[in-house]
Design a protein around this ligand. Structure first.
Ligand SMILES: NC(=O)c1ccc[n+]([C@@H]2O[C@H](COP(=O)([O-])OP(=O)(O)OC[C@H]3O[C@@H](n4cnc5c(N)ncnc54)[C@H](O)[C@@H]3O)[C@@H](O)[C@H]2O)c1
Ligand SMILES: O=P(O)(O)OC[C@@H](O)[C@@H](O)[C@H](O)[C@H](O)CO
Length: 536
């Protein structure tokens, strides 16, 4: 084993010799090389005021960094108790590292490492539900944040009946606080969901009401559920990534995260308890988050869906590889500029749509983070109805262009068959994979019954004309391949050079994501403009 003080082998400059990696713990922080930023604050003095439910990659790359920054600036009032749901490997790694982890930020010209120290404690719900209840009912807990994916809020009977499931435990703790005369806390979801605050509130109040009305009323009076928009592309970490970080920064971290330089957090200013001073570290507090979420989910996450399904069917594995394909990159640009952005509000403070689109192209093309297309493809049955189908519904109902949105939807259904264009298997990570596959196959053999899956496609489900187009996209993908299908679309599209912010149609509020699921509206939306072209 090489020792730090051993001389370099003959002929090798000292700077080229990799430093031996230091295992990450509190005791070894001082041994880390100078290019790794370490927490210089007193970790033991952190007040455990935030409980985060669902510690995964994104929480560690985003919310934890903001609270870490507060602590570095001398504010010890907002330490974080991290709660994992069931990931024992991550829990063990954090335990072995005194809850420290490295966030590596990679951009075109930068690669920086920072050890985050703000996790004051880490618990695992699957094994320590009582400890989680105690933490949540502790009077020092003022804020509860969540990253549990969109699926985590969809409580089915089995989940809500499980006594130690996340929302049951949350409600237990609120009950304990009520009976002990302790104030409520603020519940702040940080998942990519429209109306995330209201969604979390429904889940909590549904359980509370099933127990007793007094509890539900107390929660209504004492707990606020602000909405938030979160953004920072954070790929899943691989063992190669860990090794590379070890080589680059000489830190042996079992659970680092890699993320991009960009970060954004917009929070509805509705706190039932003291508001953390996150505005001092770059958070924007606003009265209404909805337009921010709308723009972010439709532009970024909707286009991510396009990249995921089309890129995978084209044989790529990472976003930067797909974006290096000129046809896919042109499709992505056109999708955002011509079909998604014109449906969005163009006058939001801090969100210039034109600049936003340009920055997204740059972010999607970032080769340094190696974001996986498979990550973008998972849970399509929850994501497509939130991220992309609302644009398709809105565009088709208002006669706006929607051919590219239709192509993405067809590519998703083709992907859902679980085989790629060469016939090789694709693992579809979706709790509803079997239903999606059945719907895709039924559509291919008989579009006259519509698309089906009304709880996914909402008002679009009975649209026979759309079903026919989706079928033709699926067939064309097999016949022509991704590039063959996309190229004529790009050639025949109306060129648009003007900034699109001026063309925003301003009808967005009636086409919020929820509209898709409005079952009272039985009529199919009108066809999208351009749909009668040669394409179909
Ligand atoms: N990774 C990103 O780029 C990014 C950016 C913005 C927002 N987000 C959001 O953050 C959330 C977490 O993403 P991540 O990248 O950290 O993924 P991850 O796989 O690292 O973590 C997912 C977390 O969600 C929990 N979870 C998964 N399914 C659940 C369920 N049904 N009920 C309760 N908990 C569940 C897991 O236990 C884990 O803690 C997602 O909702 C994602 O949309 C991610
Ligand atoms: O996290 P998901 O699975 O809902 O969506 C996948 C990506 O679109 C998403 O994680 C983005 O990377 C993120 O929203 C960027 O802020």
């Amino acid at each position: 084993m090489t020792h730090l003080l051993d001389p370099p082998p003959p002929g090798v400059p000292a700077s080229a010799v990799p430093l031996p990696a230091v295992p990450l713990t509190d005791a070894t922080l001082a041994e880390l090389p100078g290019n790794v930023a370490v927490p210089g604050y007193d970790r033991a003095g952190l007040v455990p005021a935030v409980v985060h439910l669902g510690v995964g990659g994104f929480h560690r790359a985003h919310q934890a960094v903001y609270f870490d920054e507060l602590a570095r600036r001398g504010n010890s009032e907002w330490g974080v108790v991290g709660v994992g749901i069931s990931n024992r490997e991550l829990a063990a790694a954090l335990r072995a590292q005194d809850r420290l982890f490295t966030v590596v930020t990679r951009g075109a010209d930068e690669s920086a490492a920072r050890v985050i120290g703000v996790l004051a404690e880490h618990l695992l719900l699957a094994d320590q539900a009582d400890a989680v209840r105690n933490r949540l009912s502790d009077p020092r807990t003022r804020l509860v944040t969540l990253t549990i994916t969109g699926d985590g809020y969809a409580l089915d009977d089995s989940q809500s009946a499980a006594p130690d499931s996340l929302f049951e435990v949350l409600v237990d703790a609120l009950e304990l606080r009520r009976t002990a005369g302790v104030a409520g806390f603020t519940v702040l979801p940080c998942d990519n969901l429209p109306d995330s605050g209201a969604t979390a509130e429904r889940a909590v109040l549904g359980i509370a009401r099933s127990r007793n009305d007094e509890l539900a009323e107390w929660i209504e009076r004492n707990v606020s559920f602000p909405d938030s928009m979160v953004d920072r592309i954070t790929p899943s970490i691989t063992s190669e990534d860990r090794e590379r970080i070890q080589g680059e920064f000489a830190v042996a971290d079992r659970c680092p995260v890699i993320t991009e330089p960009f970060t954004q957090w917009v929070i509805e200013d509705d706190f039932s308890t003291t508001r953390p001073p996150l505005d001092e570290v770059g958070v924007r507090f606003v009265e209404d988050v909805k337009p921010y979420t709308l723009i972010k989910t439709r532009m970024l996450n909707g286009t991510h869906c396009a990249l995921g399904y089309l890129g995978t069917l084209a044989g790529y594995e990472r976003t930067d590889q797909a974006m290096a394909d000129p046809v896919i990159a042109a499709f992505v640009r056109q999708l955002m500029r011509v079909e998604i952005a014109p449906l969005l509000p163009g006058d939001l403070p801090g969100m210039d749509l034109w600049r936003y689109q340009r920055s997204l192209i740059e972010r999607f093309s970032n080769p340094a983070i190696g974001d996986q297309l498979s990550r973008l493809c998972r849970r399509g049955s929850t994501k497509m109805p939130n991220y992309l189908l609302p644009s398709l519904l809105q565009a088709s109902a208002s006669g706006q262009p929607c051919r590219l949105l239709t192509v993405v939807t067809g590519a998703w259904l083709r992907y859902a068959r679980g085989i790629d264009l060469s016939g090789a298997p694709i693992t579809v990570h979706d709790p509803r994979a079997a239903e999606l596959r059945a719907a895709s196959e039924a559509l291919r053999s008989g579009p006259e019954r519509g698309i089906g899956l009304p709880d996914v496609f909402g008002r679009l489900a009975p649209d026979v004309e759309l079903a026919r187009r989706l079928r033709s996209v699926m067939i064309d993908l097999d016949k022509l391949g991704v590039v063959g299908l996309l190229t004529p679309l790009l050639e025949t599209s109306e060129p648009r050079t003007a900034g699109f912010a001026e063309r925003a149609v301003g009808r967005w509020p009636e086409f919020h994501q929820g509209a898709l699921a409005d079952r009272n509206l039985t009529s199919s939306p009108a066809s999208c403009s351009g749909a009668s072209s040669a394409m179909w």
